[in-house]
Design a protein around this ligand. Structure first.
Ligand code: HEC
Ligand code: HEC
Ligand code: HEC
Ligand code: HEC
Length: 208
């Protein structure tokens, strides 16, 4: 009995540890052991301490950006002609994700590693984003007024004590990072920012 309790406590301890200590290490974004990665480092594939590409969306960016022009998502609401919800070309950190995930730039194509390595052959969006959840548009009260099926951005997100606006939007916009944590911070499958069990992620913003 006692041993069982001890084992159970150890199991709980390990689970708690996993919950609080998830990082990029060992995740799909840890390329430290990739053959093309001669630096053997993790961060350098995307960030460098010196001589970086200057971008407001990610400090010290190093990965070669894509020059693709994308077909973006369209819907009656997002085409309503108001600034809210208008979907333009990918912006901010979405551009950073697409520097690998649109499949046009080598994953190892950082300024330091050179353009070796093969493009993402896995789960890439390509340059047609019309069949992907819309990103790079403003989600605010004006959009909610157009689409009453959306929660106000002041609603709690369930991510820490944050609201949708404070914990999921970037400069008021939806981006890939609204749903994904590139550094695996939450330690959830598909690098999600919160669990999507019973569609909890979707129901954070959609009233359905
Ligand atoms: C696969 C690419 C990738 C790798 C590898 C990566 N990052 Fe990032 N990082 C990003 C992107 C994209 C953003 C901007 C989007 C965001 O903040 O979610 C970012 C943002 C950041 C930021 C600013 C925002 C924040 O979360 O605080 C810091 C600091 C950072 N990264 C540090 C690191 C460190 C340290 C490592 C290595 C241990 C690392 N990153 C590895 C892609 C990467
Ligand atoms: C340096 C290139 C690079 C950048 C930048 C990058 N990714 Fe990735 N990502 C990859 C590769 C390569 C894989 C697939 C790895 C594999 O299959 O082993 C991947 C895998 C993923 C996965 C699947 C994870 C899993 O566990 O199944 C998700 C989700 C993802 N990336 C989202 C993002 C998002 C969102 C961003 C931007 C915030 C981003 N990535 C930026 C290269 C990148
Ligand atoms: C509205 C939320 C949301 C947004 C925005 C979003 N994703 Fe995802 N993504 C998901 C979910 C949920 C999954 C898990 C797989 C599934 O349910 O089909 C996923 C899966 C993925 C995968 C892995 C596919 C797999 O089979 O494991 C990649 C890569 C990915 N997303 C990249 C991106 C990129 C790049 C962007 C921005 C252009 C993006 N995502 C925007 C919710 C989102
Ligand atoms: C962070 C908030 C957020 C999350 C999380 C989120 N969405 Fe969305 N979603 C939006 C916003 C904002 C729009 C744009 C609404 C519009 O056009 O009326 C949208 C648009 C959509 C649309 C297109 C609606 C149209 O009129 O064309 C669908 C379908 C959708 N989301 C499904 C999902 C699913 C499924 C998930 C979970 C995997 C999800 N969303 C997660 C905010 C979110």
């Amino acid at each position: 009995m006692k041993i069982k309790h001890l084992l159970f406590s150890l199991f709980l301890l390990a689970t708690v540890q996993v919950l609080v200590a998830q990082t990029i290490v060992g995740s799909k974004h840890d390329f430290s052991t990739a053959t093309w990665n001669t630096s053997g480092e993790i961060c350098k594939v995307c960030h460098v301490p010196h001589g970086a590409v200057v971008l407001a969306s990610a400090p010290l960016w190093s990965h070669t950006l894509s020059t693709a022009t994308y077909t973006v998502y369209s819907s009656p609401t997002t085409n309503a002609g108001t600034p809210a919800g208008t979907i333009g070309q990918p912006s901010a950190s979405t551009k950073l994700c697409l520097s690998c995930h649109d499949n046009t730039v080598a994953v190892g194509g950082t300024t330091f590693i050179g353009t070796v390595g093969s493009p993402v052959g896995y789960a890439n969006t390509g340059i047609d984003l019309s069949n992907d959840h819309p990103v790079s548009f403003t989600y605010d009260a004006a959009l909610v007024a157009l689409d009453p099926g959306l929660k106000p951005v002041t609603a709690l997100s369930g991510i820490g004590t944050g609201t949708i606006a404070s914990s999921m939007l970037f400069a008021g916009k939806m981006e890939c990072a609204s749903c994904h944590n590139v550094h695996n911070g939450a330690g959830i499958a598909h690098l999600l920012v919160k669990t999507n069990a019973a569609s909890a992620l979707c129901l954070t913003c959609h009233i359905k």
